[in-house]
Ligand binder design. Structure first.
Ligand SMILES: *Cc1c(COP(=O)(O)O)cnc(C)c1O
Length: 245
C-alpha cells in the first residue's frame, strides 16, 4: 500500500488536532505531549515522508528491524525503543536508541547500565509497569518499582519516567483506570523515593486521547499515522527468549 505525502500530512494534522483537543479538555499545554511516531513494519521511505512533515521522534519495537532501518533514515531523527528488549540485543539498542520506554525487569536494567558504562553513553529510560497485573506479560509489578527508584548506582541510565500498556480492550475508555493508576503511582513514588519521573509514556492509536487526559507526556502512535500494518506485530516473537537470536 503506498501513501502519498498529502495523505500523510493530512493524517498527521488530524492526530495533532486530536492531541490538541485532548490537551484542551485536560487543561494541558500541547507542547507537553511528544508524539512518538511508531514506524514498525514501515520502511525508511515512510519515515522520510514523516520526517518531511516535521516529525522528529520515531519509535520501533524490535531491535532487529531498527538495526536495518535506522541507517537508511534521515540522520537528524531521535529514535525510541518502545518494545520488549532482549538481553542479547542491549548493546545494539543503546547504540541505536536515545530512549528506551520499555525497561521491564531489574535484570534488563542492570544489563543496560553495564553496557552503557562500557559504551560510554547515557540512555534515557522509562520503567514499564504492569499496572493491571494482566494484559501484558512484560513489566514491573508496582511493588517492585520503589527499590529500583531508590537505587543510586545507575550512572548511565537516566530514569525519566514510567510506561504502561493497558489490557487490550474494544473501548478506549477501558484503558483509563490503568493510565490513571500509572500517574497516581508516579505521584506517590515522586514523593516517597525522591525522584522526578516527568515522563509518562502511555497511549497508542486507540487510546491516546484518554492517555493525554490522564497525563501522558509521550504518546506512541503507529496505525493512525502510517496506516494498518501489513504483517502481524512480532512483539510476541521478540519476547520469546528460547532460540531468540
Ligand atoms: C506498535 C506499538 C505502538 C503503536 O501502536 P498503534 O496501535 O499502531 O498506534 C505503541 N507502543 C508499542 C509498545 C507498540 O508495540
Amino acid at each position: 500500500m503506498s501513501m502519498d505525502a498529502g495523505n500523510f500530512s493530512q493524517r498527521l494534522a488530524v492526530v495533532r488536532e486530536r492531541i490538541a483537543s485532548a490537551c484542551a479538555r485536560a487543561g494541558r499545554d500541547p507542547e507537553a505531549v511528544t508524539l512518538v511516531a511508531v514506524a514498525k513494519n514501515f520502511g525508511p521511505e515512510a519515515v522520510a515522508e514523516a520526517a518531511g512533515c516535521g516529525l522528529a521522534v520515531f519509535g520501533e519495537n524490535r531491535v532487529q528491524e531498527a538495526r536495518q532501518k535506522i541507517p537508511l533514515c534521515p540522520g537528524r531523527l531521535e529514535w525510541h525503543l518502545v518494545g520488549h528488549l532482549q538481553r542479547n540485543k542491549v548493546r545494539e539498542a543503546v547504540r541505536l536508541f536515545r530512549m528506551i520506554h520499555s525497561i521491564d525487569s531489574a535484570s534488563i536494567l542492570d544489563a543496560v547500565e553495564r553496557v552503557c558504562a562500557e559504551e560510554g553513553c547515557v540512555v534515557r529510560a522509562c520503567l514499564e509497569v504492569n499496572v493491571s497485573g494482566e494484559g501484558t506479560k512484560f513489566g514491573f509489578a508496582p511493588d517492585a518499582v520503589p527499590p529500583v527508584l531508590e537505587r543510586r548506582d545507575l550512572a548511565h541510565v537516566d530514569l525519566v519516567g514510567l510506561m504502561t500498556i493497558p489490557p487490550l480492550a474494544p473501548e478506549s475508555e477501558a484503558a483509563r483506570p490503568a493510565f490513571r493508576r500509572l500517574r497516581q503511582l508516579r505521584d506517590e513514588w515522586r514523593a516517597s523515593c525522591g525522584v522526578d519521573l516527568p515522563e509518562l509514556s502511555m497511549g497508542m492509536s486507540e487510546d491516546f486521547e484518554v492517555a493525554i487526559e490522564e497525563g501522558a507526556t509521550l504518546v506512541r502512535i503507529g496505525t493512525l499515522l502510517f496506516g494498518p500494518r501489513q504483517r502481524a506485530d512480532r512483539q510476541t516473537d521478540e519476547g520469546a527468549e528460547a532460540g531468540g537470536g
